[in-house]
Write a protein that binds this ligand. Structure first.
Ligand SMILES: [Zn+2]
Ligand SMILES: [Zn+2]
Length: 384
């Protein structure tokens, strides 16, 4: 399974320069199975950007996906009206969550688009929509065994354990510790997981002094569960809207003192379990590259050095870009320590507000990618 984070912020979107590195969109996590099936965990504001990525990838071709909602608080559903693939009649979406009092999943989701909250109602979304109740059970979806247990949160919440191809991903957000049954549930879900995504909204001090009963957890409880359940990688998630980038950095470094293989989720972060990327925390440099990516197809000429020291030059296309770095595919396998020079063969003035042609860069990630049946290297760099 490959996991990609499109929204990591809790409670409300925070579009601010102080939140730029971790990102301000509310929860949305994309999961791809080795067969390319798509599962989506929560539909917060991050879902909008996932929609754009899917449009680029699938174009007019039809797509199918399963969407699992932890619960229906705004921060977990507010991306739905802006998720463009839902307006394509060729697409199929399977929505799963729990009933709330007398209302089912369909009625609840339609509610947020009803008059006078949104100018068009959910029936204008032409994609085929299927609604399923899950509560405390297991379902098989797109070749993934999905196990579901309730968490401790006002008005209810579900935690999900996804098992596929020998790997386990757990998504347990919006959970307050201290309820015996729910504490047991979250540990049961997390049991020996490869990647454990957990609500770490507060510091222990914030929680103890002001936030008891608000339905959220701390990084310290995340560590407790991670250790007890013997998980491999801990992902701190659902960042508090008042926690700026620098503050999340400090939470992460505290967490790593107790559980070294921890990361604080950032928008754009990817973990490919098939490539064992969950076995060690990602380089912080990688975050510099992939905070808020722009997809940009620009011809590039890359000059670098192979592992044997021989120089190479290769034409390719830019895949995406941030203010600090870029991602593209190569036939060559560059020396990770060697120099890598990128020549942009089109003007990027519109993106950067300034002209340049050639940038020196440092390779931060190189991995095998299969594209149109061909094996290539996916190369991520940060600019010097
Ligand atoms: Zn939430
Ligand atoms: Zn909530």
């Amino acid at each position: 399974m490959k996991v990609r984070f499109w929204g990591v912020r809790g409670s409300t979107p925070t579009p601010s320069p102080d939140d730029f590195r971790y990102g301000g969109n509310t929860p949305c996590v994309e999961v791809r199975t080795p067969k390319g099936e798509i599962l989506i965990l929560d539909g917060g504001s991050g879902l909008r950007m996932l929609g754009k990525q899917l449009l680029l990838e699938f174009g007019p071709k039809s797509l199918e996906a399963c969407v699992f909602f932890s619960h229906y608080h705004w921060d977990h559903i507010q991306g739905i009206p802006f998720f463009e693939p839902l307006y394509n009649p060729e697409n199929h979406f399977y929505f799963h969550s729990f009933p709330a009092q007398t209302r089912g999943v369909q009625e609840i989701l339609e509610g947020q688009m009803s008059y006078p909250f949104f100018p068009v109602d959910m029936n204008t979304m032409r994609a085929h929509r299927h609604f399923d109740l899950v509560k405390e059970d297991s379902v098989v979806c797109r070749g993934v065994m999905v196990k579901v247990l309730p968490l401790n949160h006002p008005q209810g919440c579900l935690g999900y354990r996804l098992e596929c191809n020998g790997h386990v991903l757990v998504y347990a957000t919006d959970n307050e510790p201290g309820s015996l049954d729910h504490d047991r549930n979250v540990r049961k879900l997390a049991e020996k997981a490869d990647v454990f995504i957990y609500d770490a909204q507060y510091t222990p001090l914030e929680y103890a002094s002001q936030k008891k009963g608000w339905g959220h957890s701390t990084w310290r409880e995340a560590v407790n569960i991670a250790q007890e359940a013997q998980i491999k990688q801990l992902v701190l998630f659902h960042h508090d809207p008042d926690h700026k980038d620098a503050f999340i950095d400090s939470i992460l470094s505290e967490t790593r003192k107790f559980f070294p293989n921890s990361v604080a989720a950032w928008e754009g972060m990817e973990i490919d379990m098939a490539l064992d990327e969950h076995l060690k925390p990602q380089d912080q440099e990688e975050r510099r590259r992939n905070g808020t990516r722009q997809v940009a197809r620009v011809p590039l000429k890359i000059r670098g050095q192979l592992n044997n020291g021989a120089p190479f030059e290769e034409q390719t296309m830019l895949e995406n870009l941030t203010l600090h770095g870029a991602y593209f595919l190569l036939e060559n396998d560059p020396d990770p320590q060697g120099p890598l020079e990128i020549e942009f063969q089109a003007s990027l003035d519109a993106l950067f507000g300034q002209s340049f042609q050639v940038l020196k860069s440092q390779l931060v990630r190189s991995h095998a990618v299969k594209k149109s049946g061909q094996l290539k290297r996916g190369i991520a760099v940060v600019f010097h």
